[in-house]
Design a protein around this ligand. Structure first.
Ligand code: SF4
Ligand code: SF4
Length: 446
């Protein structure tokens, strides 16, 4: 059972918690103090805790041993809790909707866990701060949205070059620029891959549920630590602001990856020597090891080295350590694909419309299935090609004018008909729009 603790000495009797509680479990006493009269009905959403202006209310969510902790949670909250569960203890950011709850919740939760929250002057500084914190040994993250993500791109390149593990959460909104601020979009699919300069590999994960927001954020940190690389968590407004039931299990210590530490004599340490198993150990600033990090092309010891052979070796390394480990990094999910004649290939919030579209189509006797890309980059070439080879046609719905579909065309070796369903007007794609497009593809083939 959940426990609701109201600190009477802090409570100003504003009534916000009473109004906001979705199950209306509070009663007011004569002096207007909120009383959790039907605490048993609490669904653990924590809205009262997050909205209380005086930090006067705290909700302790109880656990069911079999089911884990059942929560009614928002996507952005789950992302934050996932980051904390993964061991993140540093956040630097410049709040921007629709990602702001991540900054807000981090500012409360991190100090509780001995971590640090800094609100920076802008996104350029935020990205620089998480690089510095990670170099000092803290798992670190930031959260932003479209235009803020653009401002982070230069320093994202620094993180790639210096091989700094960190997680950048982009809760996408409509653009370009301020655009339809806070409205949903999936227009940063390509920016997440190609936004920063130079050649490099990058890992990008995309959630489609609140549970995904929690578990995939843990995964994002694990991949960042394992491959010594920035990882982008590409959510969107719909998923970030979605509130739904989620089973949130504790992450066991053995399921958390921490960066490899050097064991050699400090005088022999080279922070970029990846000769042993492809990823160099990363010592922390302030430890016994000297860690030379810079944005310049460097040698194994971290000294600038502009020789062609050295540049070739390291730039290929940034690409290869991601692309050659696709089997470990790529996650896709198939729904109803066993006998599917038509595929819906999608990611993020649009997956939810796609699943509904499959139900509509199957009720009409049409065999459709969904391939959801959870890992967007490195692109799941093999998985998409395999699906394209197994169906008569495919539809690619996305909240942009056609970014994912370019990659699907690229790996469509059998040249099956592939068409897009695209919206850029701030509205989500309706399942009927996808179902109708599948029927069009089917008609064309008759
Ligand atoms: S929101 Fe906070 S300050 Fe306002 S009534 Fe509830 S507990 Fe008291
Ligand atoms: S956690 Fe949610 S359900 Fe429980 S008291 Fe607070 S607002 Fe109400």
């Amino acid at each position: 059972m959940n426990r609701i603790i109201v600190k009477m000495d802090r409570c100003k009797r504003c009534g916000i918690c009473i109004e906001i509680c979705p199950v209306k479990l509070f009663d007011r006493e004569i002096d207007k103090t909120p009383l959790p009269a039907r605490a048993k009905e609490c669904i653990g959403c924590k809205l009262c805790e997050y909205r209380c202006p005086d930090f006067a209310i705290k909700v302790e969510v109880g656990k069911d041993e079999k089911l884990g902790s059942i929560r009614f949670m928002q996507g952005n909250e789950a992302i934050t809790e996932g980051a904390l569960a993964a061991g993140a203890r540093f956040f630097a950011g410049y709040p921007i909707t629709p990602s702001s709850e991540i900054a807000e919740i981090s500012s409360k939760r991190l100090p509780e866990l001995g971590g640090l929250y800094i609100q920076m002057e802008d996104e350029i500084g935020s990205m620089a701060a998480i690089i510095g914190a990670s170099a000092a040994g803290k798992k670190s993250f930031t959260a932003t949205s479209g235009p803020g993500f653009s401002l982070m791109q230069e320093n994202l390149g620094v993180a790639v070059m210096a091989e700094i593990p960190c997680v950048i959460i982009n809760v996408q909104r409509s653009g370009p620029s301020t655009g339809l601020a806070t409205k949903p979009a999936q227009g940063d699919f390509m920016q997440s891959r190609w936004g920063t300069h130079g050649d490099h590999g990058i890992i990008v994960l995309s959630p489609s549920s609140v549970e995904d927001c929690y578990y995939l954020t843990v995964k994002a940190f694990n991949l960042a630590e394992k491959y010594r690389t920035p990882v982008i968590f590409l959510a969107d407004e719909i998923i970030g602001h979605l509130q739904e039931r989620a089973i949130i299990n504790e992450i066991k210590p053995e399921d958390i990856v921490n960066r490899k530490q050097p064991s050699c004599d400090p005088k022999d340490y080279k922070p970029f020597d990846f000769s042993e198993d492809g990823i160099a150990p990363l010592a922390s600033y302030g430890s016994d090891y000297i860690v030379r990090l810079s944005g310049s092309t460097h040698d194994e010891a971290g000294y600038p080295n502009a020789t062609p052979a050295n540049a070739d070796k390291f730039i290929r390394h940034y690409m290869d350590k991601i692309e050659k480990n696709k089997k470990d990094i790529v996650i896709t999910r198939k729904y109803h694909m066993e006998d599917a004649e038509y595929a819906i290939i999608t990611f993020g919030c649009t997956t939810r419309s796609a699943l509904e579209a499959v139900e509509i189509l199957r009720a009409e006797g049409k065999k459709a299935g969904v391939l959801q890309l959870v890992t967007l980059w490195p692109f799941p070439d093999e998985e998409v090609t395999e699906v394209c080879n197994s169906v008569k046609g495919a539809v690619v719905p996305e909240l942009n004018l056609g970014q994912l579909i370019r990659e699907v065309y690229r790996v469509n070796k059998n040249n099956i008909p592939i068409v897009g369903v695209n919206r850029i007007d701030s509205l989500p794609i309706h399942p009927n729009e996808i179902a109708e497009k599948i029927k069009e593809v089917e008609e064309c083939q008759k």
